[in-house]
Design a protein around this ligand. Structure first.
Ligand SMILES: [Zn+2]
Length: 127
């Protein structure tokens, strides 16, 4: 009887462990699907690449180049351009991007900010 109980306990522990692992794997997969790459390009070259998801805290990325100054703001999966000293301010008027393949551009500063999904290849297109 004692041996049987031990085996029963082991079996229960095994089942619990397996289900926890199963839940964890599922949770990780869900998180991966939700996270995105933010790709910032300057002069057609990759300037910065970072992963963002809905838990990303409010962040400011200052971008200073020969062309001028921009600030890219991130909060969760929302990305927008602020405090640009470009002449047209179109980038600031573009508002918020939050979906894969959406892009912000500042043409006078030769700057682009693009959202990519985790599983899609990050291909660098030069402007
Ligand atoms: Zn601009």
């Amino acid at each position: 009887m004692i041996i049987m109980t031990k085996w029963d306990k082991l079996l229960i522990i095994f089942i619990i462990a397996a289900s926890i692992i199963g839940i964890k794997v599922t949770a990780n997969m869900a998180t991966n699907e939700e996270s995105m790459y933010l790709v910032i390009q300057l002069d057609g070259k990759e300037y910065k690449k970072l992963i963002i998801d809905s838990n990303t805290k409010y962040t400011t990325i200052p971008i200073k180049s020969d062309h001028g100054y921009n600030e890219v703001k991130i909060e969760g999966k929302k990305v927008w351009m602020e405090n640009s000293d470009c002449r047209d301010k179109i980038c600031e008027k573009l508002g918020i991007i939050e979906k894969p393949n959406e892009t912000l551009v500042c043409i006078p500063h030769r700057l682009s900010v693009k959202l990519k999904t985790n599983n899609s290849d990050v291909d660098i297109v030069s402007y």
